[in-house]
Design a protein around this ligand. Structure first.
Ligand code: BGC
Length: 403
């Protein structure tokens, strides 16, 4: 029989500081933007620094159980070793406001943006990277530890590592395998040290990272090489996390797409069912979320959270079906043995999509840039209905079991 989402399943949405707060002068992405490296400047973003109570209310009204946000390092530690009361107090208020609305607080410590002083001291490939990051983590735990319900040290580390240290299209804009290796090692070490520190300070807090995960396939001509593709898939998805298995209380998975390696140009394409493509030309392939959860489950046997899953779809043509179908496949993954504890849609708002700027719209809500008004799309209400339906089913299921 098909498994149902349990009553304690976390229904949520995610967003990240630099993409929504606005006026992030002081971090490396802001600096990168001023150098003309992005299609647009983040500017005032969604002004969530000021409008967070509105955002929290929208999440509450969606019927969610949790909200995933991130902390902006430079606002907490604007200078090396100097912490800002204003920054800390802001996040304290924000986190308390989320709690007041009956929502759990999922907090990411680092969602790709670092203070300029950290970059000037060598950044992630520098000698002091781990020390600086661990000290930031310690301060956050001291000041805000009681306000956090689930903790992610790093968001998708492999993306800024690949794009920032190999391809050069994210800060620090390097194309240097040695720097890449150093930065990668430092991030792994930083996660491990932060894990120990957090556990020492608040043993009950569940800690992990979230990883950008994809499944990979071959076209029919490359089938004989499928075993190689599967090896690549394994390293791509789990290479970073597999280092210190005991320092991950769960697997955080961000799933967006499945890739196909082919013999014809462009050699790598995205898979889609019903020929559906997002505004970024990412193919929509909901079954991939099932496949990735089963792979993770087989390999690690740990609880799984989907911390991101979403699409750029300004006209909201596919979003409602996208969510519905991904959730159906998540249920199937649970039925086939994976322990899935939460689903967070990316994203609540149309926000700053890194080097793409604001052209790609991932939001359940659009933003009127003149008034900063949040305008829920139709899919917002569809997601709300789905959450309500699944919650009702969970209650009925659990009552039946008790009878
Ligand atoms: C990142 C988000 C980003 C989203 C859509 C994820 O890789 O964590 O910051 O906006 O994908 O591209």
């Amino acid at each position: 029989m098909e498994k149902k989402f349990p009553q304690d399943f976390l229904w949520g949405v995610s967003y990240a500081s630099h993409q929504v707060e606005g006026n992030s002068k002081g971090n490396d992405w802001w600096d990168w933007e001023q150098q003309g490296k992005t299609k647009e400047l983040s500017g005032w973003a969604c002004d969530s620094w000021n409008r967070y109570p509105i955002d929290n209310k929208i999440v509450q009204e969606l019927g969610c159980d949790a909200f995933r946000i991130s902390l902006e390092w430079f606002r907490i530690e604007p200078q090396k070793g100097e912490f800002s009361e204003i920054g800390i107090e802001h996040y304290r208020k924000l986190l308390r406001d989320i709690k007041k609305r009956g929502l759990k607080r999922v907090v990411t410590l680092w969602h790709w943006t670092s203070p300029m002083w950290f970059v000037e001291d060598g950044g992630w490939s520098g000698e002091n990277a781990t020390k600086h990051f661990t000290s930031y983590c310690q301060k956050v735990m001291e000041e805000l530890g009681d306000e956090i319900d689930l903790f992610l040290t790093l968001n998708e580390p492999t993306i800024p590592l690949n794009k920032g240290y190999l391809v050069g299209i994210f800060p620090p804009g390097k194309k240097n395998p040695f720097a890449f290796n150093k930065a990668r090692r430092n991030m792994i070490k930083a996660h491990g040290e932060c894990y120990d520190l957090i556990k020492e300070m608040k043993p009950s807090l569940q800690v992990g990272i979230t990883q950008f995960c994809n499944t990979f396939e071959t076209d029919k001509f490359l089938k004989p090489f499928n075993f190689l593709v599967k090896k690549f898939e394994d390293v791509y998805n789990w290479g970073f996390m597999s280092k210190d298995l005991d320092k991950h209380d769960f697997w955080g998975i961000d799933y967006y797409a499945t890739f196909i390696f082919g013999i014809k140009p462009p050699f790598v394409t995205r898979k889609t069912t019903k020929n559906r493509w997002t505004d970024m030309r990412w193919g929509i392939y909901p079954k991939g979320i099932y496949e990735i959860c089963l792979l993770a489950n087989k390999k690690f046997k740990k609880p799984i959270y989907i911390f991101e899953n979403g699409l750029a779809d300004e006209k909201d043509k596919y979003r409602a079906d996208f969510i519905k179908e991904h959730l159906e496949f998540l249920q199937k993954a649970m039925t086939d043995g994976a322990e899935i504890k939460g689903y967070f849609h990316w994203s609540l708002l149309d926000n700053f999509e890194w080097n793409q700027g604001y052209r790609t719209k991932f939001g359940l809500c659009a933003i009127n840039k003149d008034t900063m008004e949040r305008i829920p799309r139709k899919s917002y209400f569809e997601y709300k209905k789905l959450i309500a339906r699944y919650k009702k089913e969970a209650i009925m299921e659990e009552n039946n079991i008790k009878k």
